[in-house]
Design a protein around this ligand. Structure first.
Ligand code: SF4
Length: 100
């Protein structure tokens, strides 16, 4: 089971995307999330669950519907803190070189 491939980046002023994680130790492939939000969750075969790990905030209703429909509460949803990601990215960049 693995996340679905990432789609296009959201526009700069869009609401922050959601972070979706599925506890694969809990997931029993009941597929209720796939019925509740088929654009974001899909089962391939009997055990391979694909899902979008960072859907747009506009998808929140569908994602929440999927979360509450899961009989084993395997789906976690949270809003991504964009500022925290940007600060982390800046801190991991190499310092600029001056001179030679
Ligand atoms: S509803 Fe829950 S248990 Fe069923 S496939 Fe989705 S995440 Fe897995």
């Amino acid at each position: 089971m693995r996340p679905m491939p990432d789609s296009a980046s959201p526009p700069p002023n869009a609401a922050p995307p959601l972070r979706v994680t599925v506890d694969l130790n809990r997931c029993q492939a009941y597929a209720q999330c796939c019925y509740a939000a088929p654009e974001h969750f899909a089962l391939h075969g009997r055990e391979a669950l694909f899902y979008h790990p960072a859907p747009s905030a506009a998808s929140r209703l569908d994602i929440e519907r999927a979360r509450v429909s899961c009989p084993v509460q395997a789906i976690q949803v949270e809003a991504i803190q964009v500022e925290a990601i940007q600060v982390e990215a800046i801190e991991t960049e190499e310092p600029a070189r001056h001179g030679r």
